[in-house]
Each structure stands twice: as structure tokens, then as C-alpha cells.
Design a protein around this ligand. Structure first.
Ligand SMILES: CC(C)(COP(=O)(O)OP(=O)(O)OC[C@H]1O[C@@H](n2cnc3c(N)ncnc32)[C@H](O)[C@@H]1OP(=O)(O)O)[C@@H](O)C(=O)NCCC(=O)NCCS
Length: 197
């Protein structure tokens, strides 16, 4: 088990990635209540701020208590200068297979008022560096709807590589079936050695 600093995960030049706190509900609600932001995501657009409070409460009650990163782990992304929460980054899947193999699926959001400044690429790069440095997981995957090419650009800029396109494997938040363009990052290449017989 790998324990992490559960309050601040890491920082980059312009951003701090940390646990969500109760006082972040207003900033979180600002972007998850925007249907243009959530249309490529899996959860419904938030209708009221109570949902943001409940999500943060859930993270504190069920996720941050685990003391280990895993599935459904969401972190707040704060702009260092303003201290405002301008986005989220987290994992929808975190799986271990046997002793030496593990895969996590990364997702992220930036408040549209702060898009186009390179923040998403900076936070994804920071997350991959953090995971690599702390040997948390071997392989990270991320996927995007082909109609959301900016997200694929973020993955490339952060150092991920194109892997494959899975046709018809995603469902967006208005229940439409879409293709998934999958990118990956690997701490080290998987061994190509044949197992001893
Ligand atoms: C996708 C998203 C994370 C991008 O955030 P961001 O902070 O603007 O991203 P960055 O500034 O780091 O980089 C975006 C890159 O995409 C490029 N881009 C923007 N629109 C594009 C488009 N339609 N086609 C191709 N590239 C595009 C930008 O030019 C930029 O590349 P550049 O720096 O080389 O010019 C943000 O728009 C978002 O949160 N969207 C809603 C949620 C979402 O889609 N999350 C990802 C789910 S897979």
C-alpha cells in the first residue's frame, strides 16, 4: 500500500492539486453546472449547489479516508495566484492485476473561464510525474469523445501517447453512445519476455 499526503497532492508552476474542502463547493458548482462542460463527461450537469456540497462530503466520508489513491478519487485544482478552484482531476478506474500490473483511468475538467491557458496540460503532466515519482501505478489511460479533440490535445501535451480507438464503448451524460479515443502513459514498458515454462 502506498500512502500519500492527503491534503496537498502536488503543485506545478501555476497550480496546486489538493483534496476538495467544504469551502470549494461554490467554485466546483461554477463549472459542473455548465452543460457545455459536462456534455463529454459521465455524470449529469449539477442543478444546485447542494450537489457540490454532497460530492465533497462523499469524498471526505468515503474516498479521502482510504489514505490511498483509487477509483472515484477526485482532487481540486487551485490557481496558485488567486487560490480559486479552477478544475478537477481524478480517477474513474484504478485496478490491480496480480503483483506487478496496475491501470488507472484519468479524467479532468477545467472551468471554461480558465481554458486555453495550458492549465489542463499542466495538471495532467503534474499528475503523471507524481504517479511516476511515487511509483503509484504502472499505466494510466485517458479517453475522449472524438468530438472533444481539445481533450486529446491535452493528453498529448502532457506526455501521453495515442493507443487505440474503441468504437461505441462510451456513453456521455445525455446517454448517447460514442467512440472512445484512448491514450496511455506507462511508467515503464511492460516486459516482452516470455514467461518461463
Ligand atoms: C478539454 C479541457 C480539459 C481543455 O482544458 P484547457 O485548460 O483549455 O487545455 P490546455 O490549454 O492545456 O490545452 C488545450 C489544447 O487543445 C487545443 N484545442 C482547443 N480546441 C481544440 C479543438 N477543437 N481541436 C483541437 N485542439 C483544440 C488548444 O489549442 C490547446 O493546444 P495548444 O496549447 O497547443 O494550442 C477543457 O476544455 C474541459 O475541461 N472541457 C470539459 C471537460 C472535458 O472535456 N474533460 C475531458 C474529458 S475526456
Amino acid at each position: 500500500m502506498v500512502y500519500i499526503d492527503m491534503v496537498k497532492l502536488f503543485e506545478t508552476d501555476r497550480l496546486i492539486v489538493r483534496n476538495f474542502e467544504a469551502g470549494d463547493a461554490k467554485d466546483l458548482f461554477e463549472y459542473v453546472s455548465d452543460a457545455e462542460v459536462t456534455k463529454f463527461l459521465t455524470f449529469p450537469t449539477y442543478k444546485n449547489i447542494k450537489q457540490a456540497h454532497e460530492r465533497i462530503q462523499f469524498l471526505h466520508d468515503k474516498i479521502y479516508t482510504k489514505k490511498e489513491i483509487g477509483k472515484d478519487h477526485d482532487f481540486a485544482v487551485a490557481e496558485k495566484n488567486s487560490k480559486k478552484i479552477i478544475g478537477s482531476i481524478g480517477f474513474s478506474r484504478w485496478e490491480k492485476y496480480g503483483k506487478d500490473t496496475s491501470i488507472a483511468e484519468l479524467g479532468y475538467i477545467i472551468n471554461p473561464k480558465y481554458c486555453g491557458k495550458g492549465y489542463a496540460s499542466e495538471m495532467v503532466r503534474g499528475m503523471l510525474e507524481y504517479i511516476g515519482k511515487n511509483k503509484l501505478i504502472k499505466r494510466v489511460e485517458a479517453k475522449h469523445d472524438p468530438d472533444n479533440p481539445a481533450s486529446g490535445k491535452v493528453m498529448l501535451k502532457a506526455g501521453m501517447k495515442y493507443c487505440r480507438t474503441d468504437f461505441g464503448t462510451m456513453t456521455n451524460n445525455i446517454n448517447e453512445n460514442t467512440d472512445a479515443v484512448v491514450y496511455y502513459w506507462c511508467k515503464r514498458k511492460f516486459s516482452s519476455k516470455k514467461p518461463k515454462s
